[in-house]
Ligand binder design. Structure first.
Ligand SMILES: C[S@@+](CC[C@H](N)C(=O)[O-])C[C@H]1O[C@@H](n2cnc3c(N)ncnc32)[C@H](O)[C@@H]1O
Length: 440
């Protein structure tokens, strides 16, 4: 980040520390930032950057404070230390600037004023012993991968050979991947438009284009006109693999914010019902459809209670040819986009989410016509939500047949310039897919 163009670092640290407090209180980073910046939306880019940086160094900062403070500081002071230590670890600003601005920030708030001297001493102490402390901390797996121990244990158990590279890869910044709205223009045409605008881009999937330098959506050519949307290339497989033909009745059962609903419509599905339980998120589906000039029937309702939003179910008819179940999950496959996730979840959440997924599968399955297909997808790496979930489903439903897909469990791949020819994208997040057909 450019120190000259940024707002005063003391302000950034102060608001980032407020967001950090909210996040440690259990809020997602998105909600924490919205709450912290309610009166200073102008600081959003800088504060968001500082807070994400702090979360990407959470385990290290926690350990450093443990090592350098005689006793645990108050929550507000810990928050300021976490955001300042992250800045020192990433060398975004000269060290003396970070220390000076952190002390100014401490002085500017009633909650931290008395601790300004302590903040100064701890940060300087860190700088004096930096090399030694950093190499010592890297021996700690939790710090090295910035993941809780229970999360590492699950990854290691599921992927004995790949877990370390998966965990390291999830610490990298996420790639910016777009989905070209092929009902408007071809991928080649869009790539040509980017080329003319001097924007470096690579095709990484059937409709997926990777911009090697991230930029705000407002400055992505064609975004406002609905020519492209932001969507990971792994997520783009859902609409392709569901293969919804014009005229088929399609249910997108967990639809917000509507990325996959819009993709289904872009690929020619004409009769899509987009169902979402959260009324606040329903508006996002409508907004995404509007921007793309697309249509779908958007319904607010609980997929677990079809009788409440699908009265015809009482007549006994199974109405849908295709069902997409993009189920709520741990999101363990998209940690590079949401580094807060591992720290907000508990190990017990995995079992709880697995139960919700099982209930959703069982509630939606009767709505599928014989010969129809249900695509189950989770952005997860944990087998309980993937293979194991589907094995159990097949055990409960002998009338379900698992159809082959090019790949079921996608592990996240690194952001480099990969050549895509056909089939599975070369750059993507982590997902599990299962395509089920009803045989009787
Ligand atoms: C993984 S997100 C879906 C992302 C979406 N398919 C997309 O591609 O943009 C899961 C969504 O399911 C919704 N959801 C969770 N439980 C639900 C339920 N019982 N019925 C309907 N929607 C539900 C959540 O509110 C959330 O918006």
């Amino acid at each position: 980040m450019n120190a000259v163009a940024s707002p005063p670092l003391a302000d950034v640290l102060r608001y980032a520390a407020e967001a950090w407090l909210q996040f440690r209180g259990g809020r997602s980073l998105d909600r924490a930032l919205a709450a912290a910046l309610a009166d200073r939306p102008d600081l959003r880019p800088a504060v968001q950057h500082a807070t994400y940086t702090a979360v990407r160094h959470l385990a290290a900062s926690d350990r450093l404070v443990e090592l350098l403070a005689a006793r645990p500081p108050a929550a507000e002071v810990s928050a300021l230390l976490a955001v300042a230590l992250a800045q020192l670890q990433t060398n975004s600003y000269p060290d003396f600037v970070v220390v000076d601005q952190a002390v100014n920030s401490a002085r500017s708030s009633l909650h931290t004023r008395a601790a300004a001297g302590f903040v100064n001493a701890l940060l300087r102490n860190f700088l004096r012993q930096r090399a030694e402390l950093v190499s010592k901390l890297q021996l700690d797996e939790t710090v090295h991968y910035n993941l809780p121990q229970w999360w590492i244990a699950r990854l290691r158990c599921a992927y004995p050979a790949e877990w370390a590279s998966v965990a390291s890869g999830q610490q990298q910044p996420p790639p910016l991947v777009l989905r070209v709205n092929v009902s408007r223009l071809s991928v080649d045409r869009y790539l040509g438009n980017l080329h003319e605008a001097n924007i470096d881009a690579t095709r990484v999937g059937e409709q997926a284009v990777w911009l090697s330098t991230p930029r705000p959506v407002a400055s992505i050519p064609g975004f406002a006109r609905g020519e492209v949307s932001v969507q990971d290339a792994g997520a783009q497989l859902a609409a392709v693999w569901l293969d919804a033909q014009p005229g088929m009745r399609v249910l997108d059962a967990c639809a917000a914010p509507g990325g996959k609903t819009a993709h289904l419509a872009e690929l020619g599905a004409t009769d899509v019902m987009a169902l979402e339980i959260d009324p606040a998120r329903v508006a996002r589906i409508e907004e995404n459809l509007r921007r793309g000039g697309l249509t779908a029937r958007v319904v607010t309702g609980d997929a677990l209670k079809p009788e409440s939003w699908l009265p015809a179910i009482h007549a006994g008819a199974a109405p849908f040819d295709r069902i997409l179940l993009d189920a709520p999950c741990t999101a363990s496959g998209i940690v590079r986009r949401h580094p807060d996730i591992p720290w907000l979840r508990r190990s017990a959440d995995v079992a709880q989410l697995t139960t919700v997924q099982r209930e959703l599968l069982d509630a939606l399955w009767p709505l599928l016509k014989v010969g129809g297909r249900l695509l189950y997808v989770v952005c997860s790496l944990f087998p309980e939500e993937g293979h194991e979930q589907i094995d159990q489903f097949l055990g409960r439903h002998p009338e379900a047949c698992l159809l082959p897909l090019p790949v079921a469990q996608l592990l996240p791949t690194a952001a480099r310039a990969p050549a895509w020819q056909s089939g599975v994208p070369t750059l993507h997040d982590g997902f599990f897919y299962a395509l089920l057909e009803k045989t009787g």
